[in-house]
Design a protein around this ligand. Structure first.
Ligand SMILES: C[S@@+](CC[C@H](N)C(=O)[O-])C[C@H]1O[C@@H](n2cnc3c(N)ncnc32)[C@H](O)[C@@H]1O
Length: 380
């Protein structure tokens, strides 16, 4: 096998290979230069001199155009499609927020497409799906993955996030949060504790992602509490819109048989509670952003996106009639859900704050510039 040590020798050798490639096959060039076909091919790739380079570039360009066309068709629409076909159709960086709950491979009626290949097949498939979601995520985008337990070959349950977490990091995604939301009821297994929480993993593509904590602030335990020392001594110490949101959400609730969510989701066995979807959307996207769900089932993510002024896109192998019916009744939600504001916190704040619509008063108020911006936008 040919080994080239000096950089100048290597460059000269690569140039000879490129020259020969003009008239010979990869195979023949490899034999002539006592190297492998793979090495010849990677030299050709490095110098943009693959055989049929023009055709390859043309195909790439066509794929890009096809993907842009496809995106136009699936904005504010959901399609009946296999998840990987749908994701492959989307351009790089086109979705601002993915929120999804994949099948867990636990024998649900909608999991037939996964077949009987077992745990490793399931994990590989799921990682393929997630890496496509990462490719299609915008630079400031966020990925929310609702994950529960899958089944080991022994039949024992096992948390999916524990199986894939490290792979998500090695895909270059940035871990942000693992949200636990509690469920008040569910199955009661004899041999272990009842499962009463669900998990949402939150990852971002880059460092500059959207995050609006105000959308999920919780009521302050003591809205009248004041700083007892420091330069703010005597002033209200809590944020007027409520406490900074935590990663444990106890107020989501489940989709019960007699709830409004259940009526909307028909017979889907595992729909998202709308409250969960909306909170994630308000936290991790901006009005006008594109919010997607590649396993959109009954269409809950689309409903949440529309009601909060975002565009939506989604796919699912099944439930297209259910979604069509549900999405045909979409109407914007005109009430912003600011959970952190209570009568008590408003009273405490009103007693303290001066009118904020008067520039002079804003200047005189006890609020810091950052707090004023946070509450009312930039004051000119
Ligand atoms: C946990 S459910 C998601 C429910 C959804 N979040 C909702 O609110 O209705 C998983 C969904 O994945 C869909 N699914 C299963 N295999 C699929 C595949 N290969 N491609 C696309 N969708 C698939 C199922 O039909 C099911 O609706």
């Amino acid at each position: 096998m040919n080994t080239i040590s000096k950089e100048s020798d290597r460059i000269a050798w690569e140039l000879m290979i490129l020259e020969d490639l003009k008239s010979m096959s990869y195979e023949d060039v490899a034999t002539k230069h006592a190297t492998s076909r793979g090495t010849v091919y990677s030299i050709a790739v490095k110098h943009g001199a693959r055989k049929h380079e023009q055709r390859i570039q043309e195909k790439k360009k066509q794929k890009k155009l096809r993907r842009q066309e496809f995106l136009k068709q699936v904005v504010n629409a959901t399609v009946k499609s296999d998840v990987l076909d749908y994701l492959d159709g989307l351009p790089d960086g086109s979705v601002d927020l993915w929120i999804t709950s994949p099948p867990y491979s636990i024998g649900k009626s909608y999991e037939e497409s996964l077949g009987q290949f077992g745990l490793m097949y399931y994990v590989g498939w799921l990682l393929q799906v997630v890496s496509e979601m990462a490719r299609t995520l915008s630079e400031q985008g966020t990925l929310c993955l609702q994950l529960g337990n899958t089944k080991l070959p022994s039949g024992q349950p096992y948390p999916i996030d524990a199986l894939i977490m490290e792979h998500l990091r090695s895909m270059g995604l940035n871990f942000k949060s693992r949200i636990i939301w509690t469920a008040s009821h569910g199955l009661t297994p004899k041999e272990r504790l009842s499962e009463r929480y669900e998990t949402v993993l939150v990852f971002t593509r880059g460092d500059q992602s959207v995050f609006n904590p105000n959308a999920a602030r919780q009521p302050q335990k003591q809205p009248e509490k004041r700083a007892y020392k420091g330069k703010n001594k005597g002033q209200l110490s809590g944020h007027p819109l409520g406490a900074h949101p935590s990663n444990v959400w106890t107020d989501i609730g489940t989709v019960k048989s007699n709830s409004v969510d259940r009526k909307d989701c028909g017979n889907h066995p595992a729909p998202f509670p709308i409250k969960l979807v909306k909170r994630l959307i308000l936290l991790y996207s901006l009005p006008g952003d594109l919010v997607g769900d590649p396993f959109c089932g009954s269409g809950s993510t689309s409903v949440g996106a529309f009601e909060t002024g975002r565009a939506f896109t989604g796919a699912d192998l099944l439930y297209e009639d259910l979604r069509e019916d549900r999405l045909s009744r979409l109407a914007p939600d005109l009430i912003t859900p600011l959970t952190g504001i209570t009568d008590r916190s408003v009273a405490a704040w009103m007693a303290e704050a001066k009118p904020k619509n008067n520039e002079a008063c804003v200047e005189n108020s006890n609020l810091t510039e950052g707090e004023i911006e946070d509450l009312f936008g930039v004051v000119a």
